[in-house]
Design a protein around this ligand. Sequence first.
Ligand code: ZN
Length: 106
Amino acid sequence: MANNRKCAICGKMYSYCPGCGEDKDKPAWMTTFDSNNCRMIYKITSNYIGKAITIDQAREQLKEYDLTRTDKYNEVIAERIDEIMKIENPKFTKKKKKTAYSEQTE
Ligand SMILES: [Zn+2]
């Protein structure tokens, strides 16, 4: 099957066909996101933007997910991730491609 979808967060092309046998058991969110990671990042940042959660809650939740590819992300989402993460780690920025966000142990 051709890659017929584009992830709303990371822009990656992927295939998902809910009407086809091989994909019928896959989750419905795959119409919008290629991975659970992208889905959750979207959900957390949306909750933060909508003030459903605080910036601290958003940061705690985002730590659970892979933020190493945010330079590829939707600009609006990437900026929010920067905003949320840089409070605790000023070095965190989507422009540093090689430096993944990692928890400070000190
Ligand atoms: Zn994605």
